[in-house]
Design a protein around this ligand. Structure first.
Ligand SMILES: Cc1ncc(COP(=O)(O)O)c(C=O)c1O
Length: 405
């Protein structure tokens, strides 16, 4: 059943005038990200994830093209998050050993770190994907991982983390409570927090995590070139704490400056902390349970450093109900003839859900025009996960389940 009414709440901002100083984005420059990618390339599991062209969907919507990067193929872990956790753990160990991360392999780190630093416990909080990435990286290095998950986390996501030899549990609190618990336990036991969000006084590791995500956008530009596209005109980035969106946004701003693509940050209504922050001009938080199906985006406290990047460089913020993500999943699962079929999970598909509504519905005509979405537009989306909860995926795609609207 199609759902009508106001689905997308949009807040556009004008960040195009050259007001200085703007947030530092040097650490997300092409040059820095190339070094990160050099580290990732040394993994046996490394391969470039597909960039799909949704030519027929683009034609149907009167757009020039739609490209979608498919992170379900990342390292066999079904989501992009391992890029951040692996790079941050690698960088932490390399720094401790006095080595340059861009020159060492994971193999070398495994041996040296075990020998010279002994066993280290890495601790983190996660809805699933980040924790799985951290657990995987720690396991590969022969180190320990402890992972806390918020109330309501999916059992299969918990099991997948345990399969990586991590000590994982679901707590009685939301994502932000789990982050606080990880920090508390690290202080108590001398563990190292590998968190995919920053707060005052905890910034180095989240910065490395954001740099780690840079590998995917660096790949995407290489792939776009193969399609003779130098630059997309529009990029839609889903956000939880905003580290992923901030990383891509920073990369785009560093690469293209004023001529960067129009970038929109997309969040679920239940956890729209960046949307609220943009409206108020100050970093805002959302408390309490966040029952959205977009589990990866169910975070109420923006990353302090990525918020600075988004605030200064992103063109708009959308907040939407679960229906939008579910619609995106279904569109990708049953594409127009000639387009590829893509398995995209709840947090991965919200961007295509947004595009579909913007381009189809009369009530978004103004918004479409404001954004300049037309026959010259080349849209880039990133499906950040596959079916990381396969049962939920089928409930939504096969059975049309979409409980919270
Ligand atoms: C699949 C997926 N997409 C997007 C995100 C959002 O990333 P961030 O929390 O950095 O905004 C997450 C976060 O866990 C995720 O798991």
């Amino acid at each position: 059943m199609a759902i009508n009414g106001e689905l997308i709440k949009a807040h556009l901002v004008n960040v195009r005038e050259d007001i200085s100083p703007k947030a530092n984005i040097d650490y997300l420059s092409d040059k820095e990200i190339k070094k990160v990618r050099a580290f990732h390339k040394k993994f046996e599991e490394y391969s470039i994830t597909p960039l799909h062209k949704l030519e027929n969907l683009a034609k149907y919507y009167g757009l020039k093209n739609i490209f979608l990067k498919d992170e379900s193929y990342r390292f066999g872990l079904n989501a992009f998050k391992v890029l951040g956790g692996s790079y941050a753990i690698g960088k932490y160990l390399a720094d401790k050993l006095g080595l340059d991360i861009s020159e060492v392999s994971f193999e070398y780190l495994r041996k040296e770190a075990k020998e010279k630093l002994g066993e280290i416990t890495f601790v983190t909080a996660t809805d699933g994907n980040h924790g799985r990435g951290v657990a995987w990286a720690a396991n590969q290095l022969g180190q320990k991982a402890v992972v806390y998950m918020p109330k309501g986390s999916s059992q299969i996501r918990l099991e997948n983390i345990r399969k990586e030899n991590a000590e994982a549990s679901i707590i009685d609190g939301n994502y932000d409570d789990a982050v606080r618990l990880a920090d508390e336990m690290a202080r108590k036991h001398g563990w190292v927090v590998i968190q995919d969000t920053a707060w005052d006084g905890y910034e180095d590791i989240p910065t490395w995590i954001m740099q780690g995500y840079g590998t995917l956008i660096d790949e995407a530009f290489e792939q776009l070139k193969e399609h003779s596209v130098e630059k997309p005109t529009h990029v839609f980035l889903q956000a939880g704490v905003g580290s992923f969106a901030g990383a891509v946004q920073g990369y785009l701003a560093a690469k293209f400056g004023h001529d960067r693509p129009i970038t929109i940050i997309v969040e679920p209504d239940d956890a729209n902390c960046l949307y609220r922050s943009a409206i108020s001009g100050e970093r805002q938080t959302v408390d309490g349970d966040m029952p959205t199906i977009m589990a990866g985006l169910a975070c109420g406290e923006p990353n302090t450093i990525s918020w600075e990047v988004l605030k200064d460089y992103s063109d708009g913020y959308f907040s939407c109900p679960d229906y939008v993500a579910a619609r995106g999943m279904r569109i990708l699962a049953s594409p127009l003839k000639g387009d590829p079929q893509i398995v995209s999970g709840e947090s991965g598909a919200v961007g295509i859900g947004v595009i579909s509504l913007l381009m189809e519905r009369d009530e978004y005509q103004n918004l479409r025009e404001q954004l300049g979405l037309d026959k010259n537009s080349v849209v880039l989306l990133i499906s950040t996960e596959g079916d990381t909860d396969p049962k939920k995926y089928k409930d939504i795609v096969w059975d049309g389940d979409c409980t919270s609207i």
